[in-house]
Design a protein around this ligand. Structure first.
Ligand code: SF4
Length: 659
């Protein structure tokens, strides 16, 4: 079943063909290349050149520029010449949607063109059309006729190409046969790839982007399998999560999608698309890539039988222990063990705020489910269903069995003759030699929850292998995944947590999350020049990161989901400012997905499964969507936010914040 990577337990880069983009070589085990995309108007040569230079100076090895029509495609020549005149030889990529004639011009100027197979030839009408086989084949012939000229130009000029599929902008033809699915995304690219190969053109990179990391990871894996089956070789892969948003959420979503694939050796170039200035994307790319620069082959035994499908999400079947496992959403454990005495005010950072006058707790949507306090007792009544996990020795003395639950080390657990009748936790190192003995005992222990960490430097693979063993043995105890980070930056920790935990959640393996770090390493550190973490607020950082990882893997929804495009030369309003304004008034709408898209050309197609869309449709004009349907057209941008709120209210998606 597994044929999408070299190994599930040993880091090994996937073999891919070599592609030349100007002087840059990509694929075939060359370093993973870092790239970004400008957000300036392509007709503004100076602004585009200067932004490109900022990206290049930050470390971009490729710079993509939008070319929505012939005139922008032609202006790429001025941009390219000016960059070369200033001494920058970084390859440029023209980003094309809908306009083959712009692509054919750009392919003669820049080193690479990106086309979207969902809209290069097809004009999307969002119609469901039943195609007979003959009609379907006629459409494929039409692709061949329209696409072959571009392939020939690329061959003649030595220009590379990316066939970049986006979930949400698949053609009506693909949608009608495959639906909006990962396999539909793969087929969308393969239709174009087959035409290019028939012309003996191989200077090709592929991508399968989605704003949903689950869909994105499955699509890349399926694409690798398809290419291996059909051609016996793989073209290089460009990884990215589209419309990831900004700040921590954007970084977490990107790290989960991109990092999960990099862990398995998949990916030859990456772009982290954030709704921020493009040069701020580069440090995040660097942090992602550097994790694999010196990664040697892991010493983890191979998984003999893969007990899950890497191509579809299915949560590992478990029995419930209290509110953990089975149908319960994954729980969040807040680790307060290193913080000494605990007061009511300490719980504010993990979602519980206490009103002393009313003697009442307010519980937020992102409130942790368990506290781990080491051996420290909590000297007040706990809010809601919150419980405290204590080291077993402290638990023996604590008395209150409803408030406190014990955590056993693997050694303590193996020494116990009869495990208790109440919920208890067992901490296990996935790399430990006692894993087999602990599993033997867990098999008959209906009240044990496993807390799985690892001392292996190949953390994700080590835990994955351990989980696969548990699944093959039929162990049904819930598992809380613990990730410990000693990275020295906030971005570094976000990426570490997101990759190691996120990859496993995407494979259906977690019933809870428990993050630990070294607090002193991070306080007052900055991301992209902005302070994200006030002194002493480490608990909030870990709690938010836990909930964001669960949200991004779509395993527990606790907040509003924003799908905001990174902006480009087509953008019709200030995306960063508008996203911030929309977020400020809608951040409390748990589970509602709001897309904020810069243009009506690509926005509606790319907002995927958003519930509501706020889309630029002309200078100073916004069009509002419910799903894929236009509900308010050409709204004056001065009142568009108010109209969005009205739309949310009309559709019962709005609640007042105080509720
Ligand atoms: S949706 Fe955003 S990033 Fe995509 S083309 Fe439009 S403005 Fe550019």
């Amino acid at each position: 079943m597994q044929s999408y990577c070299n190994s599930l337990t040993r880091y090994s880069r996937l073999d891919t063909l070599e592609v030349r983009i100007g002087d840059l070589i990509l694929g075939n085990h060359h370093p993973v290349r870092i790239q970004t995309m400008t957000t300036t108007d392509t007709m503004d040569t100076v602004a585009t050149v200067e932004q490109s230079i900022r990206c290049i100076e930050a470390g971009a090895e490729l710079v993509r520029i939008t070319a929505p029509s012939r005139k922008e495609a032609e202006n790429l020549l001025n941009i390219r010449n000016e960059l070369r005149r200033r001494g920058y030889s970084t390859p440029l990529v023209a980003d094309i949607h809908f306009t083959p004639n712009a692509a054919e011009i750009a392919a003669r100027i820049v080193e690479k063109v990106r086309i979207n197979p969902g809209n290069y030839i097809d004009k999307k009408k969002f119609d469901f059309i039943e195609y007979t086989d003959a009609e379907y084949n006629e459409e494929i012939d039409r692709i061949r006729q329209r696409f072959t000229p571009l392939v020939k130009i690329c061959k003649e000029y030595g220009t590379a190409m990316r066939i970049g599929t986006n979930h949400g902008s698949l053609s009506d033809r693909i949608m009608s046969r495959y639906g909006d699915t990962p396999i539909g995304m793969v087929e969308s690219a393969m239709e174009f790839l087959r035409v290019a190969r028939d012309e003996s053109y191989h200077n090709i990179v592929l991508s399968m982007k989605s704003s949903n990391p689950q869909v994105m990871v499955q699509a890349y894996r399926l694409l690798v399998r398809q290419m291996k089956d059909e051609f016996g070789a793989c073209y290089p892969l460009h990884l990215g999560v589209t419309e990831a948003g900004d700040g921590e959420d954007g970084r977490i979503k990107s790290a989960i999608g991109i990092g999960t694939l990099l862990e398995d050796g998949i990916g030859d170039t990456i772009r982290v698309s954030l709704t921020e200035d493009p040069e701020f994307e580069i440090p995040v790319c660097k942090d992602l890539v550097k994790r694999y620069e010196r990664r040697e082959a892991a010493v983890i035994l191979p998984i003999e039988k893969i007990p899950y499908s890497p191509f579809e999400y299915r949560r590992r079947p478990t029995r419930a222990v209290s509110n953990i496992g089975d149908q319960h959403v994954p729980v969040v454990v807040a680790d307060l063990a290193d913080w000494g005495a605990i007061g009511r005010e300490d719980l504010q950072a993990i979602g519980y705020s206490y009103d002393p006058e009313a003697d009442k707790w307010n519980i937020g949507d992102a409130a942790a489910d368990y506290l781990y306090t080491g051996s420290t007792l909590v000297p007040f009544d706990l809010p809601g269903t919150l419980k405290v996990i204590l080291e077993q020795e402290a638990w023996q003395k604590a008395g209150d069995r409803r408030k406190y639950l014990p955590l056993y080390t693997a050694g303590e657990y193996l020494e116990m003759r009869v495990p208790g009748d109440n919920p208890h936790f067992v901490m296990l190192d996935a790399a430990s030699p006692v894993v087999g003995q602990v599993f033997d005992k867990l098999a008959t222990d209906g009240q044990a929850v496993l807390c799985l960490r690892t001392s292996s430097p190949w953390a994700m693979m080590s835990v994955r292998a351990c989980m696969a063993t548990a699944m093959n043995l039929g162990i049904r105890n819930p598992v809380i995944l613990m990730v410990e980070s000693t990275e020295g930056t906030i971005d570094g920790q976000l990426i570490h947590f997101s990759t190691d935990a996120g990859a496993l959640f995407l494979e259906g393996m977690g019933d809870g999350i428990w993050l630990r770090n070294d607090p002193d390493a991070l306080v007052n550190k900055k991301i992209s020049g902005r302070t994200y973490l006030p002194a002493g607020n480490m608990r909030q950082f870990l709690n938010n990161t836990s909930f964001s990882i669960l949200q991004a893997t779509r395993t527990r929804i606790s907040k509003t989901e924003y799908i905001s495009c990174p902006s480009c030369g087509r953008t019709l309003f200030d995306l960063q400012e508008t996203t911030a304004k929309i977020r400020a008034v809608t951040h409390h709408l748990k589970g509602v997905k709001i897309a904020i898209m810069g243009c009506i050309v690509n926005g509606p197609g790319e907002m995927a499964d958003a519930d509501f869309g706020y889309v630029g449709s002309g200078p100073g004009k916004i069009t509002l969507y419910k799903g894929k349907e236009i509900v308010k057209r050409g709204v004056d941008s001065a009142i568009a936010l108010e109209e969005l709120i009205n739309l949310l209210k009309e559709n019962e998606a709005w609640v007042d914040e105080s509720n």
